[in-house]
Design a protein around this ligand. Structure first.
Ligand SMILES: Nc1ncnc2c1ncn2[C@@H]1O[C@H](COP(=O)(O)OP(=O)(O)OP(=O)(O)O)[C@@H](O)[C@H]1O
Ligand SMILES: [Mg+2]
Length: 364
């Protein structure tokens, strides 16, 4: 890696019509994506959708069946992984148990025959960034999980890569450590400024770390956007249901003439027409749990029977059943909302309603 000294350079990463098959099984189906230099992009999607395969192809650890991978403007599709200037950090940190932290950090540079004083400089700089200076003489077995993950990230930093790829690097850590490591990674990105692609199953990690989120399903991109766009403006039911916890409520409704929507015997007036919806045709109505509010009046949007109530301290989730048999979740905050059983009437500001076709496409 001694030939790479680009840490201040912000490398773009481009996938052009990238396909991957394992034998006769196609797992990536012609995927296009451009990650901007210095951007923090998060890949999310269900297990098996191809996130790790994509990272491994970018790193060069996996062949590309068709298409091109361009890093910093250079076609690296057939380039040796070691020459791509990419560092990958995995979920299992795989440190060398018999080596000290310092030796673990230095190892890759020694293999690359970097001069001793340069190695020391790199190792000390990485240790400073990751605050592992006091641990340099310990062995991995004498470290906590979070400290080991820091060393694994340090091993990537000393190589001065063009870009970092993280494959669920925090999944093995307990909840508290995950939160502090998440902040460390955000800080690392701010300090180094490198392009980073990060895979996670954790909604909070995706929402807080990403400049842009890429939502994948079955080897295809469902949507690319900022966390706000993905959350507020999902392109389809899959994205709407995948991002957000608890999930967005989806209920059957009818789009009515005069910019109205009918659901469960209620009719509400919308502020604006849903141009792509057909009048008197069924639609799927999406409402986030935090947008449903209790209403005392006769009118409302939904009437729901509380099945059970979960008190999380700062908020309460009401898991409810509609007359139609559909299940919804309501998020209530504040002590005024102490209802926990019986039948409730709910409403929602029409601007928070999202409409989808029966086949799951967003209607705007
Ligand atoms: N070496 C392989 N041989 C055959 N199939 C593979 C191989 N590696 C991955 N696959 C298949 O490719 C698909 C994508 O796998 P991949 O590991 O990229 O998923 P992922 O999105 O990272 O999932 P997870 O969230 O569980 O880590 C899966 O269906 C998987 O079974
Ligand atoms: Mg994976």
């Amino acid at each position: 890696m001694s030939t790479h000294r680009y840490s201040s350079e912000k490398a773009t990463i481009e996938l052009r019509d990238v396909r991957k098959s394992f034998g006769s099984v196609d797992v990536i189906h012609g995927l296009n994506l451009k990650v901007e230099g210095g951007e923090f992009v998060v890949f999310v999607g269900p297990s098996g959708c191809g996130k790790s395969t994509l990272l491994r192809m970018i790193a060069g650890l996996e062949d590309v069946t068709a298409g091109d991978i361009i890093i910093a403007g250079r076609d690296v599709t057939d380039l040796d992984p070691a020459k791509r200037g990419i560092a990958m950090v995995f979920q299992s940190y795989a440190l060398y148990p018999h080596m000290s932290v310092r030796e673990n950090l230095a190892f890759g540079l020694e293999i690359a025959k970097v001069a001793r004083d340069e190695i020391d400089r790199q190792v000390d700089a990485a240790a400073e960034i990751l605050k592992i200076g006091p641990l340099l003489d310990r062995r991995p077995g004498q470290l906590s999980g979070g400290q080991r993950q820091r060393v694994a990230i340090g091993r990537a930093i000393v190589r001065k890569p063009l870009a970092f790829l993280f494959d669920e690097p925090l999944s093995n850590l307990d909840a508290e450590l995950r939160v502090s490591m998440r902040i460390e990674i955000a800080r690392l990105h701010r300090e180094l400024g490198n392009t980073m692609i990060f895979v996670t199953h954790d909604q909070t990690e995706a929402m807080t770390l990403a400049d842009r989120i890429v939502v994948l399903r079955d080897g295809r991109i469902e949507q690319v956007g900022t966390p706000g766009e993905i959350y507020e403006d999902p392109d389809n039911l899959f994205v709407a249901g995948f991002i957000g916890s608890p999930r967005m409520n989806i209920v059957d409704a009818v789009y009515l003439p005069g910019q109205k929507v009918g659901v469960g015997g209620f009719v509400i007036q919308l502020d604006a027409p849903v141009a792509s919806a057909t009048e008197n045709a069924p639609v799927k109505l999406g409402i986030r749990p935090e947008h449903l509010v209790l209403t005392g009046g006769e009118n409302g949007l939904l009437s729901a029977r509380i099945d059970f109530s979960e008190n999380l301290g700062s908020m309460r989730y009401l898991h409810c059943m509609l007359d139609s048999g559909e299940r919804i979740t309501v998020e209530l905050r504040g002590s005024a909302d102490l209802v926990s059983e019986g039948t409730i009437r709910l409403t929602c500001d029409p601007q928070h309603l999202r409409f989808f076709s029966e086949s799951g496409e967003r209607l705007r």
